[in-house]
Design a protein around this ligand. Structure first.
Ligand code: AHM
Ligand code: MG
Length: 338
């Protein structure tokens, strides 16, 4: 039988159900919760593709395709996720990049989880057809949860599931429930199903790529400068070649490449942005969790990202993530330059 006619395929839904079966005490709540996330991602994928077409050929009825439509796409994605997540009945409240406060679910629809998400990260890239994505983390709430904000201001290590969906040349959903497994799925547009295409993603311990906005280097601190100089101008004794630079400016795409090819992705702190740019709860924590589960590391430079505790839901943190050997070099640069 050729691959083309494969009849036993691992869809995301089947994968989640199989995971559930492996945990005899599981209630199935997380599977239902994940289904809502999946629907949200499929909706955003369809909207992003349509938006690209509208931007390219100016489909009738969409006059204001520059600023306005783009904003609408952010808002639309957020609304779709919020509605699907509420309807699942598995969440008590949520944190979205698009909403200032937590979104509290009506009492009769509350469940035992909280979800943090960025519905459309990198949306400033859409006009150029560059990849954008959704990032999410799922958290189990304490028993007797009152759906209050303090219940999510907890260390990143308490996250129970993390993932992202990249809307690119193909639509890829990468997911982990911990247990040192990270799986990558690709949307089959004909079936409308995510199919397991990248089982057990492992970050190479050392890569050959660095990924950072070098336009900020004037403002970098000494440790950050020292680290990036070390990959661009390796010492002769190290026997290494200079790393290649790759920076898309869309976190999901830059992290996806880092997971598959290795190297370092960073959004460090600098003199202008003391905490970097990326948001702890729905950007740094899920990506740090995925990276660690794929065998890599994520640090602020001086601290493991998953040990941070945010004070506010939209707090930011500096982040360097990638293979263990690469990130150990980052930590060494910070230790000797602090
Ligand atoms: P956004 O949430 O406003 O889209 O910003 C987050 C994005 C990330 O995807 C990306 O890593 C970063 O901003 C790039 O920022 P910069 O343009 O400063 O390099
Ligand atoms: Mg974002």
């Amino acid at each position: 039988m050729t691959d083309h006619h494969k009849t036993n395929i691992m869809t995301l839904t089947r994968y989640v159900l199989e995971q559930q079966r492996q945990h005899p005490d599981a209630t199935g709540d997380l599977s239902i919760a994940m289904n809502a996330v999946q629907v949200g991602c499929k909706f955003v994928e369809a909207c992003v593709r349509k938006a690209r077409l509208i931007n390219l050929v100016g489909l009738a009825g969409n006059t204001n395709v520059q600023g306005e439509d783009q904003k609408k796409l952010d808002v639309l994605s957020n609304e779709m996720f919020v509605n699907a997540l509420i309807a699942s009945g598995k969440f008590s409240f949520m944190v979205s990049e698009e909403v200032d406060d937590i979104v509290v679910v009506p009492e009769e629809l509350r469940g035992k989880y909280c979800i943090t998400f960025d519905p459309l990260d990198g949306s400033s890239n859409i006009d150029a057809g560059v990849n954008v994505g959704t990032i999410f983390g799922i958290w189990r709430l304490p028993s007797g949860s009152k759906a209050t904000v303090d219940e999510i201001l907890v260390p990143g290590s308490e996250i129970i599931a993390g993932g992202y969906c990249m809307y690119g040349s193909s639509c890829n959903l990468v997911l982990t429930f911990g247990c040192s497994r990270v799986e990558g799925f690709t949307l089959d547009p004909a079936l409308g199903e995510f199919i397991l295409t990248h089982p057990n993603i492992r970050v190479p311990s050392r890569g050959k790529i660095y990924s950072v906005n070098e336009g900020n280097s004037l403002y970098w601190d000494d440790a950050t400068k020292a680290y990036f100089n070390s990959v661009k101008f390796p010492s002769p004794e190290s026997g290494r070649k200079p790393y290649s630079a790759r920076y898309i400016g869309s976190m999901v795409a830059d992290v996806h490449r880092t997971l598959l090819y290795g190297g370092v992705f960073a959004y460090p702190s600098d003199r202008k942005s003391r905490s970097g740019k990326l948001r702890i709860l729905y950007e740094s924590f899920p990506m740090a969790f995925i990276t660690e589960q794929a065998g890599g590391k994520a640090t602020t430079g001086s601290q493991r990202v998953l040990d941070l505790v945010p004070k506010h839901i939209h707090d930011r943190c500096p982040i360097f993530l990638g293979g263990v050997d690469d990130i150990s070099d980052v930590e060494a640069a910070f230790a000797s330059n602090s």
